[in-house]
Ligand binder design. Structure first.
Ligand code: CA
Length: 300
């Protein structure tokens, strides 16, 4: 059996605010296979490692640049230069309306001084740590909102692919997996932009599970929300659909998201969740906020 892979979802985000360099370094120390980078462009075309196209839910932007919000009351990454973004402080994800953390038991300190950073900065830290520790931990970048970027006059995929190439990530052997929810964009990355990277098509809606053949024509894997694998859980015992089997028949790897020790919903506990998804649903890898627990589980 091929080894199953662990992807640090936004870093070791169960322990430190998501996508901070600190959370990435912690994940590296935990011995994961890949560290994830969600990417959104700044005004001056720097790929920023952040999950949302706006800044409201993880930074103090509303206090630092109150005048830069759009009519929908949101502050968009794309309206700020990299230098301006560097002035913001990053916090554990919260609801801007109430100020309450999404995961109340996660990193609580507001006195810390976490910062946003670029894709280049993160790659340099990971590559340096790989060299110093003798590890070969990969990167797993995600192109966020390609249609939104296009509307703003920016080709995010082209910019990201050029940077990846500059850092030696060109082919399937380079320990880099590129992911996107937008199927037409991922297809364009393979065809028009001629990328030879390992590509993963993310899926979140049930109807997308019907498109596997199309995905297999350009992608190497799928990244489904784990709930899409569940056929039935009413009887207390979870039954899985044949999605993973079908994907495997088409040569697609399956990396499911997101395994959270503090949010196990359909399962009796985190061990049950890991056991069930890796060995009953037979996924090939998983995105997790708690990489240390999953790495340790799979090592046993
Ligand atoms: Ca992501």
């Amino acid at each position: 059996m091929e080894p199953k892979i662990v992807i640090a979802h936004r870093g070791a985000s169960g322990y430190l605010p998501e996508h901070t360099m600190e959370s990435k370094i912690m994940a590296h120390g935990m011995g994961v296979d890949f560290i994830e980078q969600d990417l959104v462009l700044s005004k001056d075309n720097v790929p920023i490692v952040i999950h949302d196209i706006y800044l409201n839910n993880v930074t103090n932007v509303a206090t630092i640049f109150p005048d830069k919000k759009r009519e929908d009351n949101r502050f968009y990454v794309i309206d700020f230069t990299f230098e301006e973004l560097k002035q913001l402080t990053v916090f554990e994800r919260f609801d801007p309306k109430t100020g309450k953390q999404v995961y109340p038991n996660r990193f609580s300190k507001r006195t810390s001084n976490f910062k946003l950073h670029s894709l280049q900065e993160e790659i340099e830290v990971i590559q340096e740590l790989n060299e110093k520790t003798g590890k070969n931990i990969g990167i797993y970048p995600e192109i966020k909102g390609p249609a939104f970027h296009q509307k703003e006059g920016k080709d995010i995929s082209k910019i990201v692919l050029d940077i990846l190439s500059n850092y030696g990530y060109n082919s399937k052997n380079n320990n880099c997996i590129l992911q996107c929810f937008d199927a037409s964009e991922l297809k364009r990355i393979r065809t028009e932009l001629q990328s030879e990277l390992f590509l993963v098509q993310l899926i979140e809606h049930p109807q997308e599970t019907e498109q596997l053949k199309d995905y297999a024509s350009y992608a190497d894997g799928i990244g489904p929300w784990y709930k899409l694998l569940i056929k039935d859980s009413k009887s207390g015992k979870i039954e899985y659909s044949n999605l993973v089997t079908k994907a495997h028949q088409l040569g697609l790897k399956v990396h499911a998201y997101t395994l959270r020790a503090d949010d196990v919903e359909d399962y009796t506990g985190f061990n049950d969740m890991m056991n069930s998804l890796f060995f009953e649903a037979k996924i090939d890898g998983a995105f997790t906020d708690f990489p240390d627990i999953v790495v340790q589980y799979l090592t046993q």
